[in-house]
Design a protein around this ligand. Structure first.
Ligand SMILES: NC(=O)c1ccc[n+]([C@@H]2O[C@H](COP(=O)([O-])OP(=O)(O)OC[C@H]3O[C@@H](n4cnc5c(N)ncnc54)[C@H](O)[C@@H]3O)[C@@H](O)[C@H]2O)c1
Length: 387
């Protein structure tokens, strides 16, 4: 195979951005088809994409068409697992948008289907291409930071207005989206939190506020406290309703702390690891000598979505290792599912979570929902710079 023929399922905000990227920015990739259940979205495709690109009204037509080798699934989240499973069944390579799905039960089924198939399976974790997080991961995994003690992420700069929530009826509803800030905006951070540190918590206690700042039924403000097997703790604070927001990820270890904020990676490096200092120190007050080091990292945030598209294409053509294997989508989703469970039950949640119980409680939310959107306008938004 010289070129990977791609089909995009769902040409809304994100799908159309991927479609335009696949028209020339990704060597070895060729966009051959798009599919959307909305006639307006297909009209957009007819007007803006070259006319040889086929347009399908349903995913099943696309799967049967023999016109693609790989699909990129950018529909609302609930549909990611069933569409991925169906695409794999048709022998297609599958790249899904984040989050992997809404509940881990369905995502586990998708992972099982991928494990049985010999096709490539990836997830659009574009933030994994960001050199800041790649460097952080390297520093932690090489032991530079020592044993991790604390992982705190304040991610409150995902500001979203009411107009954003009103664009598209599925958004910020239990039935259509399955969650709010944790499921739409934060999948990137929930992925990076455990991808960079290499640790999943063993238990979580979370506090979610539902519709606190916007007329929505799902959460728009969350504070979660986590505990890890090695005794480390962490905090995850997020909202879409604050301005100006903060994006600060601080990881503390035996050898100091690393802070990522404002596009910089600062390592506050202890000359002597804290446990060693503590064992040797004979004075009254005192603290380890600390050097503030700005770690050089390439600017610009990396190749982002196009980087994942290039990597996925190279994985198919040249067996390049995937930067974001699809199977890993379950980790970040487990964290958000656990946070909801904790908030709904007003209690601690142990990991791995009881995925059946979470699914039941989520379906209760869907059934019991009386929420109606006042203004659900189906507009496509410009996604530039939002992720
Ligand atoms: N990686 C990122 O940075 C990033 C950014 C934005 C959105 N996303 C993800 O992309 C996905 C889509 O978000 P969006 O903002 O583009 O939504 P959107 O509503 O703008 O677009 C979704 C499109 O999917 C279509 N669709 C729905 N069900 C379908 C089906 N069964 N078959 C075919 N088409 C179907 C809809 O008609 C719509 O055109 C979400 O999962 C979201 O989390 C990822």
């Amino acid at each position: 195979m010289e070129k990977v023929r791609y089909g995009i399922i769902g040409v809304g905000n994100m799908g159309r951005s991927h479609a335009l990227s696949l028209l020339g920015e990704v060597k070895g990739a060729e966009l051959t088809a798009v599919c959307d259940i909305s006639p307006e979205r297909l009209e957009w495709a007819a007007e803006h994409l070259p006319e040889q690109i086929r347009r399908y009204k349903s995913a099943s037509e696309l799967f049967e068409s023999q016109s693609v080798d790989a699909v990129l699934i950018s529909t609302p989240h609930y549909d990611h697992p069933p569409l991925a499973i169906e695409a794999l069944r048709h022998g297609l390579h599958v790249l899904i948008e984040k989050p992997a799905g809404v509940h881990t039960q369905a995502v586990q089924e998708m992972n099982d289907a991928a494990a049985k198939s010999d096709r490539k399976f990836g997830i659009m974790y574009n933030q994994r291409t960001n050199p800041l997080y790649q460097k952080l991961r390297e520093l932690i995994q090489s032991g530079e930071l020592g044993e991790i003690r604390r992982t705190n992420w304040i991610i409150t700069n995902w500001y979203r207005s009411q107009n954003y929530y009103d664009s598209g009826g599925w958004r910020a509803t239990w039935a259509g989206e399955g969650g709010g800030v944790l499921l739409n905006q934060d999948p990137h951070q929930l992925d990076l939190w455990q991808w960079t540190t290499g640790m999943m918590p063993k238990r979580i206690r979370a506090f979610c506020h539902f519709g606190k700042y916007r007329k929505i039924e799902v959460e728009d403000d969350v504070t979660a406290y986590v505990e890890y097997a090695n005794g480390a703790t962490g905090l995850f604070v997020t909202t879409t309703g604050e301005a100006p927001g903060t994006n600060r990820f601080e990881i503390n270890g035996d050898n100091g702390k690393i802070v990522i904020e404002d596009g910089k990676l600062i390592f506050w490096r202890l000359r002597t690891p804290e446990p060693v200092f503590n064992a040797e120190f004979t004075g009254g007050f005192g603290a380890p000598e600390c050097w503030k080091c700005e770690i050089p990292v390439a600017e610009g945030g990396g190749e982002q979505h196009v980087g994942i598209l290039r990597n996925f294409t190279n994985a198919i053509l040249h067996n390049e290792p995937l930067l974001a294997p699809g199977e890993e989508g379950i980790h970040g989703l487990t964290l958000s599912n656990a946070m909801y469970l904790s908030a709904w039950t007003d209690n601690w949640v142990e990991l791995p979570i009881d995925s059946g119980r979470f699914h039941e409680m989520l379906m209760d939310k869907v059934r019991q929902s009386t929420f109606r959107k006042e203004a659900a306008v189906q507009t496509a938004l410009d996604v530039t710079g939002t992720h």
